[in-house]
Structures are given as C-alpha cells and as structure tokens.
Design a protein around this ligand. Structure first.
Ligand code: NAD
Length: 256
C-alpha cells in the first residue's frame, strides 16, 4: 500500500528514544521530512546519522519559550502537515501523593504546551486543506493504571481536547486522533518495571513476567509495531479516521 505521504513535513515530539524515535523513523522511511524534537539533540543526531530527511530540534516541552521558538522555526519554513504529540511520561505515584504543583507542571509539559503548539501550526494545515494531529496517550485513559495518577489524569484531558478539535477541523481535511499504547517495550517500560520491582521488593524479571501475563498477546509490543499504526494514521490512506482512540495494546485493555 502506498501511504502517499512522501514529501510531507512532520514534527515528532519526544523523539530522542522510544515511541517517538520509532515513529520518526517510520515517517522518514515513507519519505516524510521529519523535525524530531527532544531535549537531547545529540541522541537524535546519533540515531538519524544516516537519514537526510530527519532534522534534530532541541526542545524541552516544559519550557514555553522553547516551544514557541520551535513553532516559529517551523512556521518560517512551510509549517508542518503532521504533528505527533508525544513526550515523557510523569513519575509514578498515587492520586493522594500527587501535589498541586505536580499536576500543574506536568499538565504544562504533557498537555497545555502541546495544545498551544498544535493551535499555532493548524492555520498552515488549513491553508493546504490537509493535516494529521496524532497524540500519544496511554491505555490508562480507558483503564486507569494503579500508581500512575498523573498520567491517567492528564492524558484524559488530551483525549477530551483531541475529540473536540477533531470535530472542529474535520471539514478542513485535518484528522485528529489519539493512540493508546498498552505496554510497548521501550526504556520507559523497563524503568517502570524497575520502579515496581523496588517498590514491591520483587525481582524485576518476575515483575516483567507478571506484566506480560496480563496481556492476551503474551508479550510487550515492539516500538516498530506501534509506529506502523501511527504512520498509517498519519497517511493519506487514513483520511476518514478522525476523532478516534486507537488501542495498540496486544489486547491488554479489558473493556470492549
Ligand atoms: P520514553 O520515556 O522512552 O521516551 C519519551 C521521550 O520523550 C524521550 O525522547 C524523552 O527524551 C522525551 N521527553 C521527555 N521529557 C521531555 C520534555 N520535557 N521535552 C521534550 N522531550 C521530552 O517513553 P516511551 O515509552 O517512548 O513513551 C512515550 C510516551 O507514551 C510517554 O509519555 C509514555 O509515558 C507514554 N506511554 C508509553 C507506554 C509504553 O508502553 N511505552 C505506555 C503508555 C504510555
């Protein structure tokens, strides 16, 4: 299937490793010019060394001035056609342990600054009557994950925002969707397993094995499997998919 996105321009946030990196590579392989953004430019430069169509951008999503500078840089060109809203996950913790300042600071980096960036990039998409806005959330928005209160709460806001925006811009050729990773094997997942191992005083291999056992597929997903679905959603071929939440979870979410 020809995805028909060669020559498009994308910004991929949180692209130094993990899901963001896999998505950036997936889009680049389809001939998309990718602006891959994260705090560590050197890491992006390392994985994209042999790719002419990937440009590393230094960006801390928690810093509004840097967010605006990135948007200005993108708009000085032709803007972008595809936005991948991604970034770091918040630290684990219960709802009772999350303080007001935790909610505010993580909301800025995981939600408000992404909404702001999308809003500023949308007019160029509207001019071209084509755009894709894809936000990476978590299975926790459908089935809240214990001890990930900040993630469960803030990502639910991203879902509400995404659906509202989808309705507003569907007539402009712009689709807006949310993808929900279950457990995709990235460094973040290894870090979460290590944290659970410490908290429960259980060997990390046992934690990971118990976690895999809750997934009908019996394994963690691969970043490339996740990126393939996102690349399809970003393509011309997914032009009638909007306002949706797509699970990429090996069947992990229990509800229908
Ligand atoms: P990761 O931690 O491996 O990668 C996150 C990326 O975001 C990295 O490139 C990191 O440098 C970047 N980043 C972090 N903070 C940033 C900031 N302030 N500004 C700019 N970039 C920043 O995570 P991942 O596994 O690739 O997951 C991506 C997102 O999806 C995370 O928010 C994660 O919580 C969420 N998620 C992942 C899974 C999974 O199975 N991997 C499951 C549920 C949710």
């Amino acid at each position: 299937m020809d995805l028909q996105i060669s020559g498009k321009r994308a910004v991929v946030l949180g692209a130094s490793r993990g899901l963001g990196q896999a998505i950036a590579k997936g889009l680049a392989a389809e001939g998309v010019t990718v602006f891959a953004a994260a705090r560590s430019v050197d890491k992006i430069e390392a994985w994209s060394a042999d790719m002419d169509n990937v440009h590393a951008v230094q960006l801390d999503l928690g810093d509004l001035a840097q967010v605006d500078a990135t948007i200005d840089m993108l708009l000085e060109g032709e803007g972008v056609d595809i936005i991948i809203n991604n970034g770091g996950g918040p630290p684990p913790g219960t709802a009772q342990s999350a303080g007001r300042s935790d909610w505010v600071s993580h909301f800025e980096a995981m939600a408000a600054n992404l909404f702001h960036m999308t809003n500023r990039l949308l007019p160029k998409m509207k001019e071209r009557n084509w755009g894709r806005v894809i936000s990476i959330t978590s299975s926790g928005v459908e089935q809240p994950i214990p001890n990930l209160a900040l993630s469960n709460g803030i990502r639910a806001a991203v879902v509400g925002w995404s659906k509202t925006l989808a309705n507003e811009v569907a007539g402009d050729g712009i689709t807006v969707n949310v993808v929900m990773p279950g457990r995709i094997h990235t460094e973040r997942v290894d870090e979460l397993d290590a944290a659970a191992s410490k908290r429960t005083e259980t060997p990390v291999a046992e934690v990971a094995s118990k976690s895999r056992a809750t997934i009908p597929a019996g394994r963690y997903g691969k970043p490339e499997e996740f990126a393939d679905v996102v690349t399809f959603l970003a393509s011309e071929r997914a032009s009638y998919v909007t306002g949706s939440r797509i699970r990429i979870d090996g069947g992990a979410i229990k509800s229908i």
